[in-house]
Design a protein. Structure first.
Length: 198
DNA sequence: GGCCAGGTCAAAG
DNA sequence: CTTTGACATGGC
């Protein structure tokens, strides 16, 4: 629960392997809890999460997140997350420094277990390459997927996981094509049928 | 050595 | 309202 939230922060624009090291270090330092992290001296927290990059910024924001959660939700994160509805929780999370739309959605979906579709770089890239859409805002992409899928945690979870896997395996940023992607043929036809742009 | 990785925020234009 | 720069490490 808390570890998932911490991971959501740490993975911002960062390879997951670097995040795993940071999480392990946090665990080793006994910092994987809101209380522990809230009262941790900044340099110590920074040292623990160094491998995840942007460590000064993330340390400050993580600690501030913990402090505000403790202040605003003394019942504890478990109860807070259990009680909240997805849109409300998302909105509140967005009001924290360092929590943008993707981080908020990750927390809602993976930590709270409520349906809120997560949009990431892979989702946009694949969507763009497939001719699905281009230049949409985060909320635009999100609305697109949520309108097309049943609002089910498991569906959102698995769908996103598949997009991430496709993205990692085939749809790299640099390459103009979809490489050996099994959807390559489908994407190609979609792009042809829609013409250049869109 | 350069580019990239499951972003976010604040300051400019 | 859209664009741009800063933030920072580790892997290939």
């Amino acid at each position: 629960m808390f570890e998932i939230c911490a991971g959501a922060f740490l993975t911002q624009n960062t390879a997951w392997t670097n995040v795993e090291k940071a999480l392990a270090a946090l665990h080793g330092a006994g910092l994987l809890g809101p209380r522990e992290m809230a009262s941790c001296p900044l340099p110590r927290l920074e040292r623990a999460i160094r491998s995840s990059g942007y460590f000064r910024q993330k340390a400050r924001r993580l600690r501030e997140f913990c402090r505000r959660v403790l202040r605003d939700h003394p019942e504890g994160m478990e109860k807070w997350f259990a009680r909240a509805d997805a849109p409300g929780l998302r909105a509140e999370l967005l009001s924290y420094r360092g929590v943008g739309p993707e981080t908020a959605d990750s927390m809602v979906l993976y930590a709270a277990g409520k349906p809120s579709f997560v949009i990431d770089a892979y989702t946009r890239r694949i969507g763009g390459r497939a001719g699905l859409a281009r230049g949409l805002s985060y909320d635009g992409w999100k609305a697109l997927f949520e309108a097309a899928l049943p609002p089910d945690v498991k569906v959102y979870n698995e769908y996103h996981a598949l997009l991430v896997k496709l993205g990692k395996d085939f749809c790299k940023k640099g390459s103009p094509s979809c490489g050996r992607c099994p959807l390559g043929r489908i994407c190609g036809k979609l792009i042809e049928s829609r013409g250049p742009g869109r």
